[in-house]
Structure formats: structure tokens, C-alpha cells
Design a protein around this ligand. Structure first.
Ligand code: NAD
Ligand code: UDP
Ligand code: UDP
Length: 290
């Protein structure tokens, strides 16, 4: 089995590569442009005979020969996906089109990592896969939210029109080792601030919620989805829900009881509540790792 992982130098991708490489016979090719990822995350595999790392931007066509495609390439942190929003759209739309063209030529199965952001500022709580979302089409987050929505549409059209085997995961906030310290997401921000003894920046109102999943559990969900029979979309995440005020207090207690908590301005269109309904994942993907 030869497997392509786009975005394999990033947080989730590099842990996925670790898991795929542990299978004795699988060969893994990573295609990444290192925008938010790093070779360092893959250093233990560089030089391994079953591993190949290609510097490649997926908005350009890619010609390799593989049996499966895990298509993750896309910056996940709002700071980075807003930095060059047009590029984020190209990555999601042109990049996904290229990966689907590749899947079509090879008749390869393709898994796409979508996001809870497709639900937008959700009017349903918790979010089920059947909810169509409440997304601003012209806001500063739209390059990511709408880009992912268009990519899901492309996945289903290639499936219906050409019979491509697709899998779609809607991932909720994920954290873990190898998160870039300057990544800008809340978990890494609070931890880095606590270590540096700088105030934890809770963006107002602080009552907004998120549900955080550990990266290795998420990776198990991705491989189970790929190996199963369901196209998805399937929510992958941890339903434990926290306000950002609670998260800041937890980090303060665990890391630095002296650190201050400060309230700062929020960014536009920040979703107020986010918690996955994971009934479908439990029914269709089997038992989570213990
Ligand atoms: P990450 O930023 O750590 O990794 C993304 C990887 O994609 C990086 O290695 C980056 O260099 C690469 N990349 C970006 N644009 C590219 C391009 N045009 N061509 C080639 N490579 C490119 O993010 P992550 O947390 O590992 O997220 C992986 C996937 O999961 C993304 O598609 C993201 O949208 C999705 N996701 C993540 C979360 C989360 O909380 N981590 C939540 C929902 C969805
Ligand atoms: N593509 C690719 N690798 C391949 C096959 C196709 O990157 O192995 C790209 C191709 O360049 C095109 C996209 O995937 O831009 C969609 O391919 P498809 O065959 O569906 O469309 P077409 O080439 O007919 O426009
Ligand atoms: N947030 C915060 N302080 C920070 C960074 C983020 O309070 O330093 C909040 C942000 O307003 C949002 C939540 O944390 O409500 C999650 O933000 P993140 O950027 O981690 O991911 P998102 O779920 O928005 O993609």
C-alpha cells in the first residue's frame, strides 16, 4: 500500500505519518509546502526506505502513483489562514481539485480533512452532520469556511460523477505535541503565555466555547474512517465543552498560578459555541482508543 499525505509536515499530518509508517509494509509520500508545517516534525522518517518527502504546493498538479490519499494540506490556525486568504481559497479549491484529479486517474481512495467551521456560527448545538451551517460568505474567515465547504462539494461531485471513493472528516479543535508555539490557536497561546509569565489573552466575551481533542485520538479516527465503508461527512472530535474563561483558568492552575488573565478584543465572526455530536462516529467507526 502506497499512501500520499498532503500537509504531512503539520500537526495532524505528522502524527498520521507516524501511525502509517508503523505498519510494516506501507510506503508513505508526504507533499507539503512548509507554510505552517516543518521538516522537523518528520525527522525520524527522513532517509527511511519506505518514506519520501516532497516540497510541493498542492495548488499545482501532482503526479505520483499511490493507492490512498489523505488530503490534509491547508493552514488550520485562523492567523495563518487569514494571512493570505486568496491562497487559502486556492489551497482548498484548486488543491482539492488536483487531489481529486489524481484520485480519479489512479482510482485511489481519498480522505479530506474538513472542519467544524463548515457549521459557522452554529444555530444548532451540539452540531450534527445533518446541520447545513450558518456561515458568513464574505467575512474574514470565509476563505477557510467556504473553501472547506466548496472542497466538500467537489469531493461529493467527483464521487457521484466519476465513482471516486471518498471519505470526509469534519474535525473539531485538535491539540497536541508539535503544535507550533506561535501557531496562534488558543491552546498553544495560553500555554506559551503561562510559561513566559505573560497574561493569558482571553478574547471577549470569554464565554464562547470549544471542545478539544487530543491529536492521537483524532488520528485514530482518520485511519478508521479511511479503512471503513462510510463516505462521511463524519464529525471527529471530543464532545467535552469548555468556555475560554474556563480554559484560561485550567492553564493557570496547571502551569502558573501567578499568571494574569486579561481580556482582549475578539476577531470578527468568532463562533460562539462549538461541540461535536459524535453519535455517527461512535456507531460507524468503532470504539475510541483508551
Ligand atoms: P497545520 O497547519 O499544522 O498543518 C497543515 C499542513 O499543510 C502544514 O504542514 C502546511 O505546511 C501544509 N500546507 C498548507 N498549505 C499547503 C499547500 N498549498 N500545499 C502544500 N502544503 C500545504 O494544521 P493541522 O492542525 O495539522 O490541520 C491539518 C488539516 O486538518 C487541515 O486541513 C485543517 O484544515 C484540518 N483541521 C484541523 C483542525 C485542528 O484543530 N487542528 C480542526 C479542523 C480541521
Ligand atoms: N491532476 C493531478 N494529478 C493527476 C491527475 C490530475 O494533479 O495525476 C490535476 C489536473 O491537472 C487537473 C485536476 O487534477 O487540474 C483535475 O483533474 P481532472 O482529470 O478531473 O480534470 P481535467 O484535467 O479533465 O480538467
Ligand atoms: N482565543 C482566545 N485567546 C487567544 C486565541 C484564541 O481567547 O489567544 C479564543 C478565540 O476567540 C476562539 C477560541 O479561542 O473563541 C478558539 O480559537 P482558535 O483560534 O484556537 O480556533 P478556532 O476554533 O477559532 O478556529
Amino acid at each position: 500500500m502506497r499512501i500520499l499525505v498532503t500537509g504531512g509536515a503539520g500537526l495532524i499530518g505528522s502524527h498520521l505519518v507516524d501511525k502509517l509508517m508503523e505498519k510494516e509494509k506501507s510506503e508513505v509520500i508526504v507533499a507539503d509546502n512548509y507554510f505552517t508545517g516543518s521538516k522537523d516534525n518528520l525527522k525520524k522518517w527522513i532517509g527511511h526506505p519506505r518514506f519520501e518527502l516532497i516540497r510541493h504546493d498542492i495548488i499545482r498538479p501532482l503526479f505520483v502513483e499511490v493507492d490512498q490519499i489523505y488530503h490534509l494540506a491547508c493552514p488550520a490556525s485562523p492567523i495563518f489562514y487569514k494571512y493570505n486568504s486568496v491562497k487559502t481559497i486556492k489551497t482548498n479549491v484548486m488543491g482539492t481539485l488536483n487531489m481529486l484529479g489524481l484520485a480519479k486517474r489512479l482510482r485511489a481512495r481519498i480522505l479530506f480533512t474538513s472542519t467544524s467551521e463548515v457549521y459557522g456560527d452554529s444555530l444548532e448545538h451540539p452540531q450534527k452532520e445533518t446541520y447545513w451551517g450558518n456561515v458568513n460568505p464574505i467575512g474574514v474567515r470565509s476563505c477557510y469556511d467556504e473553501g472547506k465547504r466548496m472542497a466538500e462539494t467537489l469531493m461529493f461531485d467527483y464521487h457521484r460523477q466519476y465513482g471516486i471513493e471518498i471519505r470526509i472528516a469534519r474535525i473539531f479543535n485538535t491539540y497536541g505535541p508539535r503544535m507550533n508555539i506561535d501557531d496562534g490557536r488558543v491552546v498553544s497561546n495560553f500555554i506559551a503565555q503561562a510559561i513566559r509569565n505573560e497574561p493569558l489573552t482571553v478574547q471577549l466575551p470569554g464565554t464562547q466555547t470549544r471542545s478539544f481533542c487530543y491529536v492521537l485520538d483524532l488520528v485514530d479516527g482518520l485511519t478508521q474512517l479511511m479503512e471503513g465503508t462510510d463516505t462521511g461527512p463524519i464529525n471527529l472530535g471530543n464532545p467535552g465543552e469548555f468556555t475560554m474563561n474556563e480554559l484560561a483558568k485550567a492553564v493557570q492552575e496547571l502551569i502558573n498560578p501567578e499568571v494574569q488573565i486579561s481580556e482582549v478584543e475578539n476577531t470578527p465572526d468568532d463562533p460562539r459555541q462549538r461541540k461535536p455530536d459524535i453519535t455517527k462516529a461512535k456507531e460507524r467507526l468503532g470504539v475510541p482508543r483508551t
